[in-house]
Design a protein around this ligand. Structure first.
Ligand code: FES
Length: 235
C-alpha cells in the first residue's frame, strides 16, 4: 500500500506554542484525509486533536486547511491532493488545540441572522405549508449550507474584521428571506442593510470557490445588497 506524509500544524494550549508533527500514513484510492487523521489518532499519536462526526459531508465539523485551501477533509481523498499533505486549523478562528478551532463567533452570527422560520403567530408553526417547486428553487442552494465555516476561513473581509456577518450566515439570511413560510421579511432586510452585513462584502468570491456543497454565498450576498438598496430607496 502506498504511503504519504501528513505535516500537521499543531497548537499546545498549555504552553501557548505552535509546532508541527509529521506522520507516515498508508492510503488506498478511496482513503480520505479524515481517514488518514483517524489512522494517526488510532495507531501513531493519541494526542492529536481534531473534530469530526458524520464522515459524509453532512455535519460540517471536519473543516481544516489542506495545502493552504479550506477543505472538508471527510470528502477529500488523499489521492486527490498534492503530497506531502500540509494540514492546518481553519484560518480566521481562535485555535483551541491542534486542528480544533473555537466556533462560538460563528454560532453568534447564526443567532444574529435568526436562522429559523419566524411566524407572526406561534401556533402557525404546527401547520403544514406547501412550498411550490419554483419557490424551492430560490432557496435550494442556500439551504444546502452545512455550517462548515470553510467560507469564513477563505474570506479576507472576515479575516480582517470579525464583525462582518460573513458568507454562510448571509447565505442563510437570504434563504429565510426567500422562504415563503417566513413572515419576518422586513426584519431580515434590516439585518442585510447593516454596515457589518452584505455591503461589507468586497466580492472576492473565495467563499463560493471553497464551499463543498455548491452554495454560492457570494451571489447571495450581492442579491442582498440589491434587495436592501431597493428597499432603502423605496421605503
Ligand atoms: S465529518 Fe461531518 S462533514 Fe466531515
Amino acid at each position: 500500500m502506498p504511503e504519504t506524509t501528513f505535516i500537521i500544524k499543531r497548537y499546545n494550549p498549555e504552553k501557548g506554542v505552535f509546532y508541527t508533527s509529521e506522520y507516515k500514513v498508508p492510503y488506498e484510492s478511496d482513503t480520505t484525509i479524515l481517514s488518514g487523521l483517524i489512522y494517526i489518532k488510532d495507531y501513531l499519536d493519541r494526542t492529536l486533536s481534531f473534530r469530526y462526526s458524520c464522515r459524509m459531508a453532512s455535519c460540517g465539523s471536519c473543516g481544516m486547511v489542506v495545502n493552504k485551501k479550506p477543505t472538508l477533509v471527510c470528502r477529500t481523498l488523499i489521492e486527490s491532493v498534492k503530497k506531502p499533505i500540509y494540514i492546518e486549523p481553519l484560518y480566521n478562528f481562535p485555535i483551541i488545540k491542534d486542528l480544533v478551532v473555537d466556533i462560538d463567533i460563528f454560532l453568534d452570527k447564526l443567532k444574529f441572522v435568526k436562522s429559523y422560520i419566524i411566524r407572526e403567530k406561534e401556533e402557525d408553526l404546527d401547520k403544514e405549508y406547501i412550498v411550490k417547486p419554483e419557490q424551492l428553487d430560490l432557496i435550494k442552494h442556500s439551504s444546502s449550507c452545512i455550517n462548515c465555516m470553510l467560507c469564513y476561513a477563505a474570506c479576507p473581509v472576515f479575516g480582517s474584521d470579525e464583525e462582518f456577518i460573513g458568507p454562510a450566515a448571509l447565505a442563510i439570511l437570504y434563504r429565510y428571506l426567500h422562504d415563503p413560510r417566513d413572515q419576518a421579511k422586513s426584519e431580515r432586510i434590516k439585518i442585510a442593510s447593516l454596515k457589518n452585513s452584505a455591503y461589507m462584502c468586497s466580492m472576492v468570491g473565495q467563499c463560493t470557490v471553497v464551499c463543498p456543497k455548491g452554495v454560492d454565498p457570494s451571489f447571495h450576498i450581492q442579491r442582498l445588497k440589491v434587495i436592501s438598496t431597493l428597499n432603502n430607496l423605496f421605503s
